[in-house]
Each structure stands twice: as C-alpha cells, then as structure tokens.
Design a protein around this ligand. Structure first.
Ligand code: NDP
Length: 280
C-alpha cells in the first residue's frame, strides 16, 4: 500500500507552528497584515481569497481585503499597490491571479515591493531563489518540499522528474529540488518520450493542468508521486493530473487530490507572511 501523503495534516501542523510564532512576535510588539487584492469576481479566485483570509485569522495576522470591480484599470490597481507598499502595517501584498484581460500581470507583479511579495513571484525573489539567496519562495513548490521532508522521504541523490515548467510551479520546483541535491529533469509539452522519462523518476512531480493525464504506465514501481493539478467537475468533485486509483497501486507514496498539495500552498503563504513579520 502506498503511503498517502497527508497535506491536510501537514499544513495544519505548519499553521499551528506559525500561530505560536505569531503569538510570540505579538508579545514583542510585532504585528502585521496581509493585503489581499482581487479584481473581478472569478468564483475560483473568490474561494482561494476566502481561504487565505481564513488562514490569516487562524494564525493571528490581520488580513485586509480589496475587492475591486472587473473594470478596474491597471493604473488604479498599480496606485493601490503603491499605497500598500508604503503602509508599514502591511507586511505582505497578494494580488489574486488571473487578472482580467487588459491588465498586464507582469507589470502588476513587478509593482509589488519584493519585501512584501509573499507569493514569491517578483523577479527579484525568483532571481534570489535561482542563486540560493534569501527571498520569498513560490508557495506551491515550497509546500511540496515540506510535504516530502515531513513525510520522511529522502530527496538527496534521487532522480526527480517534473512535468510542467510554469513560472509558479515547475521552474521554482526544479530549483528547489536541485537545492535538496536531487538530480532534476524538467519536462513540458514539447518533450519527446515523456512516458519513458517519467518512468525513470524516483520522485515524479506533476503540474500539467490536464485531468488524470498521468496513468500507471508513466510511473516506476515504488516511485513517489506528487500531484499538483486541481480539476473541479460539474458536481464540484476535485481530481488531479494523476490517475490516482491506478497509480496508487504501484507507487510508494502519493499525494491525494484534494488533501495533498492544495492545503500546503496556503500554509506556505502564511509562512512567507510570518517571515515578512520576522524581518521587521
Ligand atoms: P500551466 O498551464 O501554467 O503550465 C502547465 C505546464 O504543463 C506547461 O509547462 C506545459 O508545457 C506543460 N504541459 C502541458 N501539456 C503537457 C503535456 N501533454 N505533456 C507534458 N507537459 C505538458 O499550469 P500551472 O503550473 O499553473 O498549473 C498546473 C496545474 O496545477 C493546474 O491544474 C493548476 O490548477 C494546478 N495548480 C495547483 C496549485 C495548488 O495549490 N495545488 C497551485 C498552482 C497550480 P509548455 O510550457 O510547453 O506549454
């Protein structure tokens, strides 16, 4: 039987640790807020924003909510970010993506002060990650490292195959696994022989965005499989990029969807917010 990597339990553990730390920081007079900006009312974004605010409440940091109408201009959004960059109590700024058409996401990300970029998307933080310097790390890949470490899964010397090369998951994941001394292969839509490459993985991390794309024929016996994908069907049932029922039979450990990688993303966002407070 494969080990079920329990992201719900591990994220709760991390949030409890952070809650304690926030209480200690408060005793030293250090407080702070996360500003969450949502433009438009994409239903999936609204769920994520609500969960982020709930997590802030749980660990004891303030959350400021900015729900802007769909027709907000880029200049208006940049002006709000500029104001929040200057507000001392605001330690983290998060702009929920995707943004409505007509707003340049890169310009918005660049406008957030790197010191408050708790999503870890600003080029300065991405660059710091690349060369092993301090900075905020993209939450989903950072969460996956925690899942592996806290499940006692060795990374050093292992062959890690990552499927997907997005800026928020695949690429930072590759750098983090390198940092942990894995041997890393990054694959994408133009990769030839994807199946053969995946079958060589000791640790297979899948972030493609295609429902149940990876079946048992892509997985080596005893591999560790991390499924980043999130797909919601018409009955609101969630599934991932991996065919769980098949793959679970032959791997040594696997993350379920829901309850695997998903909860870790918010836990690591909270970790970055507390990091921002620590560096008062
Ligand atoms: P993107 O769409 O940005 O990237 C998908 C990547 O998969 C691309 O690099 C693409 O390659 C690659 N890809 C697409 N099709 C294939 C294929 N047939 N074979 C090999 N590679 C392929 O997605 P994200 O990284 O943002 O997200 C991936 C999934 O993870 C989504 O389901 C998303 O909802 C989920 N997600 C979950 C999070 C969580 O908290 N659990 C957080 C973020 C994302 P190419 O570059 O060549 O186009």
């Amino acid at each position: 039987m494969a080990l079920l990597i329990d992201g719900k339990r591990i994220s709760a553990e991390i949030k409890d640790e952070l809650k304690e730390e926030v209480a200690q920081l408060k005793e030293q007079g250090i407080t702070g807020a996360l500003a969450v900006i949502q433009v438009g009312n994409d239903p999936a974004s609204s769920v994520y924003v609500r969960n982020k605010k709930r997590a802030c409440e749980y660990i004891g940091i303030d959350s400021l909510s900015y729900e802007l109408p769909e027709e907000t201009s880029q200049d208006e959004l940049l002006a709000l970010i500029d104001k929040l960059n200057k507000e001392e109590h605001v330690k983290g700024i998060l702009v929920q993506l995707p943004l409505p058409e007509g707003i340049d996401e890169d310009a918005v990300i660049r406008a957030i002060s790197p010191k408050k970029d708790v999503d870890g998307f600003h080029p300065e933080n991405v660059g710091a990650l690349m060369i092993g310097q301090k900075g905020y790390i993209s939450c989903t890949p950072a969460g996956i490292i925690q899942l592996l470490k806290r499940s006692d899964i060795d990374i050093e010397g292992k062959h890690c195959v990552i499927v997907g090369r997005s800026n928020i998951v695949g690429k930072p994941m590759a750098i983090l696994m390198l940092r942990e001394n894995a041997t890393v292969t990054v694959t994408h839509s133009k990769t030839r022989n994807l199946k053969e490459i995946c079958k060589e993985a000791d640790i297979l991390i899948v972030a493609i965005g295609k429902k149940e794309f990876i079946d048992a024929s892509y997985v080596k016996d005893g591999a560790v499989v991390i499924d980043v994908g999130i797909h919601r069907d018409e009955n609101n049932k969630l599934s991932g990029d991996v065919k769980f029922d098949e793959v679970e039979q032959l791997c040594s450990a696997i993350t379920p969807v829901p309850g695997g990688v998903g909860p870790m993303t918010i836990a690591m966002l909270m970790n970055n917010c507390v990091e921002a407070m620590r560096h008062e």
